[in-house]
Design a binder for this molecule. Structure first.
Ligand code: SIN
Length: 503
């Protein structure tokens, strides 16, 4: 599997966006290589998507308005237009007709989908399979790309760096089982997902180290809106890790209560528990600080009938859900990323980015629920279509396989702990200008230490740490440079310690 290789389209990442790019490139008879560092489907964020995938359902204008309102008016209307105008057709063609995803239907009638609702959506427009939509989509998508004669899938294979020549991207170094080798590609599509590993508590799978963003930024691509890190308001956290409690549960009528049993969201926003995610996350944080705990009260809904998979997971974790599910905000999604146009083209020739690692403009400062699978699907299809037809241009490149021995795993673990502590304390749901500057100092030092090792060593864990430290710096720098508190970028001052006044 090593030596030099060439492919027409190299896709890095095996979630919905990478698979969609592979599908559409392969439909045009391109020779596609899809490299994913995932060892199992659960290693991709798509697998964990609960709520579902929103579509326009004959009212695109209202859908566009909801996306823009949830973003506090900061989403790019042209990008929102691309998302919404392509939504229904992309879902019908790929998810319904090609992959046969068994979306829930009303009364078992195949033609009559059971559309769900989530926060900041004006109506029921979300296709779902229980609250496990992502796993049903990804299982089928992976089977499709695995079986496709034009697509070669390399799993447990990380991309370490892009290969560039005079501003043009010509492929990437791949690494698997200790080997590192260059793959030259006519087009390289990054679909590497999010940045959850930069925070102690995240709904992302482990391994979400922002690889594509770091590789693109180091190659000179533009990245945008990195300060906009979204925290999901209703996550159960214990020593086993996080358990997301989908917004669809509030969409069905569950409500948040503080430790005194009081409903508090109506005092924070006229849409109460269905306010945009950033508003609810700040309120939950605030009420936890004031009263000690916040619970999601599911007593007035048919929780076990409507969300059997969540009930099962709650019971496995020993959560007495009938008495309310203890919840806290946790890192969930990066709204910014590698800047791309409406076909996923980055500022570098030959390089595309799709899915969470890309900044399309759709989410602005805060993402509307159940639009991430949709964005990955729509931009993945468009980028894959655009990426075909370019021939790979092999060239002489350094041999990264021939380096010093790998560092012990404890090296990366220790530095990750420091990085996460800084991001949690200073670059989390509330940010204070002085603390952002402190974070920048610590992160610069950390990146310097890691860079010194990357010069002579090659290992997946070291490069993941390098990527995480690059992306952490990009987030902290963007946050320090933006003095407007908006959406998920929530600035507080020492005299105003709580971002949200207790109403
Ligand atoms: C959820 O189910 O609450 C998450 C959906 C999303 O992030 O869009």
């Amino acid at each position: 599997m090593t030596g030099q290789e060439s492919t027409e389209v190299l896709i890095v990442g095996g979630g919905i966006a990478g698979c969609a790019a592979a599908l559409t490139a392969a439909r045009q008879n391109a020779d596609v290589t899809l490299a994913t560092k995932a060892r199992r489907p659960e290693d991709a964020s798509t697998w964990w998507a609960q709520g579902g995938i929103a579509i326009a359902r004959g009212d695109p204008e209202q859908f566009k308005q909801d996306v823009i309102e949830a973003s506090a008016g900061t989403a790019d209307p042209a990008a929102v237009e691309t998302l919404v105008e392509n939504a229904d057709e992309a879902v019908r063609d790929v998810l319904v007709e090609t992959l046969d995803v068994p979306f829930d239907t009303a009364d078992g009638n195949d033609e009559d989908f059971d559309f769900g609702r989530e926060a900041a959506h004006d109506e029921e427009r979300i296709l779902h399979v229980d609250a496990s939509t992502g796993s049903y989509v990804l299982e089928r998508f992976l089977a499709f790309v695995d079986d496709h004669p034009n697509i070669r899938v390399l799993d447990d294979t990380a991309a370490l760096d892009l290969i560039t020549h005079e501003g043009q991207v010509r492929g990437a170094y791949l690494a698997s089982e200790g080997d590192v080798w260059p793959v030259f590609a006519g087009a390289t599509v990054l679909a590497t997902g999010g940045v959850g590993d930069l925070y102690p508590d995240s709904t992302n799978p482990s391994g979400s180290t922002g690889d594509g963003i770091a590789m693109a930024a180091l190659a000179g691509a533009d990245v945008t809106n990195m300060e906009f890190v979204q925290f999901h308001p209703t996550v159960y956290v214990d020593e086993e890790g996080t358990l997301l409690i989908s917004e669809a549960v509030r969409g069905e009528g569950a409500v948040l209560r503080n430790a005194y049993g009081e409903r508090f969201m109506p005092a924070y926003d006229e849409d109460a528990d269905l306010a945009p995610r950033d508003v609810v996350a700040r309120a939950v944080k605030n009420e936890r600080e004031i009263s000690g705990e916040v619970f999601l009260d599911v007593s007035e809904i048919d929780f076990d009938g409507r969300f059997p998979d969540l009930v099962e997971q709650c019971e496995q974790r020993g959560i007495d859900w009938e008495s309310g599910i203890p919840v806290t905000p946790a890192q969930h999604f990066l709204c910014g990323g590698i800047d791309v146009d409406d076909r996923g083209r980055t500022s570098l020739d030959g390089l595309y980015a799709v899915g969470e690692c890309a900044h399309t403009g759709v989410h602005g400062a805060n993402r509307l629920a159940s639009t991430s699978l949709l964005e990955g699907l729509v931009w993945g299809l468009r980028a894959g279509e655009d990426a075909v037809g370019r021939s790979p241009q092999p060239m002489d490149v350094p041999n990264l396989d021939d380096r010093d021995p790998a560092l012990p795993d404890s090296f990366a673990r220790e530095k990750f702990t420091r990085l996460r502590r800084v991001m949690d304390e200073y670059v989390g749901i509330e940010r204070e200008p002085d603390e952002l500057n402190r974070a920048l100092g610590v992160l610069r030092r950390l990146k310097g230490e890691v860079d010194a090792y990357v010069r002579t060593r090659t290992s997946r864990s070291l490069y993941e740490l390098r990527n995480a430290s690059v992306v952490a710096l990009l987030i902290a720098r963007a946050a320090a440079d933006n003095d407007e508190s908006i959406g998920t970028h929530n600035l507080v001052t020492e005299t105003d310690p709580a971002a949200v006044e207790s109403p």
